[in-house]
Design a protein around this ligand. Sequence first.
Ligand code: NAD
Length: 361
Amino acid sequence: LTVGVVKETRPGERRVALVPKLVERLTKRGLQVVVEPGAGLRAQLADELYEEAGAHLGEARSSDIVLTVTPPAPADIERLKAGTVLIGFLNPLSNVDGVAAMKKAGIRAFAVESIPRISRAQAMDALSSQANVAGYRAVLLAAQRLPKFFPMLTTAAGTVPPAKALILGVGVAGLQALATAKRLGAQATGYDVRPEVAEQVRSVGAQWLDLGIEAAGEGGYARELTDEERAEQQRRLTEAITGFDVVITTALVPGRPAPKLVTAEAVRGMRPGSVIVDMAGETGGNCELTEPGQDTVAHDVTICSPLNLPAEMPVHASELYARNLTELIELIVDSEGRLALDFSDEIVAGACVAGADEEVN
Ligand code: NAD
């Protein structure tokens, strides 16, 4: 079997789906790795590094298993042969047409977003590995935009108090953002509608903001708030937010538009020079004034909405992602290098978003 690593075509994407240090793990399984020339360049991985690791350079899309970071464009789907096993972020909930095109082309597609978040699948959890990178990066972006120090400083020229950072939504990205803000010396506070998160917030040395609104949903995710709850949450947050220099928002509800947590009125109440980094821009944003993909200034508050933070740190983002994919490949390929798809396995069945009718979840 061949495993192809494509060069990403989405503008701004710098990650690559496999790194040289994992090539050997696949070749040891009897797989041949084919890398599209230049696939790793934007992640500082030259073609020669792949070749030295045992991969060949060539047309990756004609491989039996094709690895990608982002969903293929329609023209790229047409370049895949029927029967291809495609693995990557495929955005199945909103990329409905793309997934239908894959099915029509006879492709078996496995979306890493759909891998069930059970402990056995932790090493394959690409949502988590990339959210970790994004949470870290969001804090660096905030620190750069803030016209103040993050840490407390005591100097001969005076004492500077620490910046106050509020993280709204404490999943994987939010927890990393809290930890990073703490490491940079800010006073960090976390807020979520899942009460069990309070413990995790405290465990990284941050404070827990309790607004008295709970909305735990299924499978460890939050549920969408009712209109009443949302209005109450916005009112309470508008009050709480005035004391913070930095607000990082990460709140998501699977398959739904991002909940609006920060209203225009809340932004107006923030101190001049404050910074909001809205990590939910891709699904509309958590702040009413967010312009997805843009940096804007409103009421002297900078609102940043980066759309692909993991791509800004492609070296480690690619490395972690490649490990996630390698684990998944090892689940679907036997020790002799043959495809061994077991649809009674909830990971295989859960991840499959296009294929024969009986295979797709
Ligand atoms: P996510 O990206 O879906 O959402 C980010 C956070 O936003 C969540 O913590 C959510 O509760 C919060 N949120 C949603 N609506 C909100 C609102 N109106 N107000 C405030 N906060 C709101 O989350 P995620 O990082 O994907 O993590 C989701 C869950 O999955 C967590 O319970 C996490 O521990 C769990 N998880 C499990 C595993 C595993 O067991 N393998 C791996 C990773 C994550």
